[in-house]
Design a protein around this ligand. Structure first.
Ligand SMILES: [Zn+2]
Length: 277
């Protein structure tokens, strides 16, 4: 089938076996306009590294451009409401509060001092709950977002500096390097996440780090309807495939952890630094 997501994996597809097949959207998935095309997709799973690769012939870029905000949030007002609801969750129910605590604790261990306003680049900032909370903790935040209406939301509602360009173009804009570059539930949406991490590496300070959150294949135990396997995800990761992804991008994982988030999501998180060799 159509798209060919890659990890530049040494397996080269030799160890792929078909896993889940979908002839209809699972409950809860964003209802994209398929323009009359049949809903058909599947996941292949690598028996060596445990990574799952999404396969289909649908044009997701087109889908995002047309109706992502409307289909997911019911427009900009719905997006604001969702942002405010998540920001108001009590800590024990908030994925974001726990994420913020993890990331700040790691930054502290790296010797990054919040009192001097370290710099965060949040790639694919979306609703903006992560940059909003980091800004509150003293970080100078830049959000990257290419969806026009999400950019509007980030500027007007979240109130963070937002650049409307792809990560690959950041180098040309000669920005100051960053202490932290974050990819929260972003890498699974792109066909080639290795290239994205390589582009990020070039924008990182020496003592800086990259924080990654991706869906975890552990969700497969609960069946194909899980949100980790929704249509937007070209990739679902295993701890081994996160390590492989890091290595291919010339990054070293300091930690890779599995967690079940308060929202119920099966998630892997990883802290990556630039390899010394
Ligand atoms: Zn593999």
């Amino acid at each position: 089938m159509g798209i060919h997501p890659t990890l530049h994996c040494p397996c080269q597809g030799r160890f792929l076996t078909p896993a889940f097949t979908y002839a209809a959207a699972p409950a809860g998935e964003t209802a994209f306009d398929l323009q009359g095309r049949p809903y058909l997709r599947r996941y292949d799973h690598c028996t060596v590294c445990g990574h799952w690769f999404g396969r289909h012939d649908l044009d997701l870029d087109g889908l995002y451009a047309r109706d992502y905000v409307d289909a997911t949030y019911g427009g900009l007002a719905g997006m604001r409401q969702k942002f405010e609801t998540i920001m108001a969750l009590p800590p024990e129910k908030s994925d974001n509060v726990q994420r913020i605590a993890r990331v700040r604790a790691f930054a502290l261990r790296r010797g990054i001092d919040e009192s001097v306003c370290p710099r965060l680049l949040d790639v694919g900032a979306g609703l903006g709950v992560f940059p909003a909370a980091m800004k509150t903790n003293g970080w100078r935040v830049t959000a990257l977002e290419t969806d026009a209406r999400t950019v509007q939301h980030l500027r007007a509602v979240v109130g963070v500096e937002t650049l409307d360009l792809p990560l690959a173009q950041m180098q040309e804009s000669a920005a100051e390097p960053f202490d932290l570059i974050a990819f929260n539930k972003v890498l699974e949406h792109v066909a080639d996440p290795v290239s994205l991490l390589i582009a990020a590496k070039a924008l990182l300070l020496q003592q800086g780090f990259i924080y990654v959150e991706v869906p975890d294949v552990a969700a497969a135990a609960e069946g194909p309807e899980r949100e980790e396997f929704f249509i937007e995800h070209h990739h679902v990761f295993s701890p081994a495939s996160v390590a492989l992804l890091s290595a291919r991008a010339g990054l070293s994982p300091i930690s890779i952890a599995r967690l079940r988030e308060p929202s119920g999501k099966f998630t892997l998180n990883a802290f990556l630094t630039v390899s010394s060799s």
